[in-house]
Design a protein around this ligand. Structure first.
Ligand code: FMN
Length: 331
């Protein structure tokens, strides 16, 4: 399949693995890229620019296909060494950067001068238009369903994607709630040029995270995520667990007076313990509603091949068949 996204990034299939803290290591990024998608290393999971340079070198050893690095711009007082991370990305020969969080305008000149394509992930049409205005090559439009930070507008992808299609000139991918061939075909129908998946790629063989996390995603239904930190305007969609119950109780108790410090222990620095050690209730961790659509742990290649062949069948058999007058049940 060819779309503006496959052409822009030089990839075979219009499927991207979004940056994920303590999940997006070289092993996963390379597996996705080797399967014909675009894998992504999560920049800030690496503690220093030197560590990121090593992770990029490792990924370069594991694949000769293009891969991306995610740079998340956090609302923090002690900003990470962004210029150092950008330098590691450029010197590592990375072809694509996925930016997220705040507007990436500060790094755009360096990335563009190095010939790097930038895809900005954001949760609204207005932020997508801003990304287009500052020279991003593409946008990842992240709907309310998404794992991680859905923003504060709460617009699901059935509305957000066609709205983005109406307004944007640059290519965009759907993000949030995407899992399978149905997601891909629906995204393309709504004007997207491909799809970005987070949670779905966690439940793959190559995802270098603890088996407990993968099993929890497979066991979860679409009813099992919760939104936390809304009163702090830092809303995050997470999988329900004991830590989430604690955070929600504090949110109810403190109301509008809540401070980040009140929930710090359950929220900050917990990712290594969850993702690497498999301690499932030690803290909160991002997970999308799409967990309800995930019931196996394939390799990245099995997953991507399945999506592409089933998408072909949906378009050629189901949809074309309907146009030709046949009545079909869902595959
Ligand atoms: C465990 C986890 C960690 C994530 N960490 C990041 C991150 O550090 N930076 C970022 O831009 N997005 C992050 N995301 C968001 C994903 O890149 C992606 O946009 C999101 O998962 C899409 O929604 P889905 O989970 O429904 O596919 C994370 C998502 C998950 C599930």
């Amino acid at each position: 399949m060819k779309t503006r996204i496959t052409e822009l990034f030089g990839i075979e299939h219009p499927i991207i693995q979004g940056g994920m803290h303590y999940v997006g290591f070289a092993e996963l990024a390379a597996a996705v890229s080797n399967a014909g998608g675009l894998g992504t290393i999560t920049g800030l999971t690496q503690k220093s620019p030197a560590d990121l340079a090593n992770e990029i070198a490792k990924c370069n050893d594991l694949t000769d296909k293009p891969f991306a690095v995610n740079l998340t711009f956090l609302p923090t007082v002690n900003a990470p060494d962004y210029p150092g991370y950008v330098k590691a990305i450029i010197e590592g020969g990375v072809k694509v950067v996925e930016t997220a969080g705040r507007n990436p305008v500060q790094v755009m000149p360096y990335l563009k001068d190095a010939g790097i394509k930038v895809i900005h992930k954001c949760t609204s049409v207005r932020h997508s238009l801003k990304a287009q205005e500052i020279g991003c090559d593409a946008v990842s439009v992240d709907g309310f369903e998404c794992g991680g930070h859905p923003g504060e507008d709460d617009i699901p992808n059935m509305i957000l994607l066609p709205r983005a299609a109406d307004e944007l000139e640059i290519p965009f991918v759907s993000s949030g709630g995407q899992a399978d061939a149905r997601s891909l075909v629906a995204s393309l129908a709504m004007g997207a040029d491909g799809m970005n998946m987070g949670t779905r790629f966690m439940a793959t063989k190559e995802a270098p995270i603890h088996q407990n996390v993968k099993d929890a995603i497979v066991a979860a239904s679409e009813l099992d995520t919760r939104l936390i930190m809304r009163p702090l305007r830092n809303t995050e969609r997470v999988l329900m667990n004991e830590a989430v119950a604690r955070v929600l109780a504090v949110e109810t108790e403190k109301g509008a007076d809540i401070k980040f410090e009140d929930i710090l222990e359950d929220v900050a620095g917990v990712y290594p313990k969850v993702m690497l050690d498999g301690e499932m209730d030690v803290g909160v961790w991002s997970c999308g509603m799409v967990a309800g659509l995930i019931d196996d742990i394939p390799t990245c290649k099995e997953l991507i091949d399945r999506i592409m062949s089933e998408a072909d069948a949906i378009v050629r058999s189901r949809l074309e068949g309907m146009l030709a007058g046949s009545v079909a049940a869902a595959a």
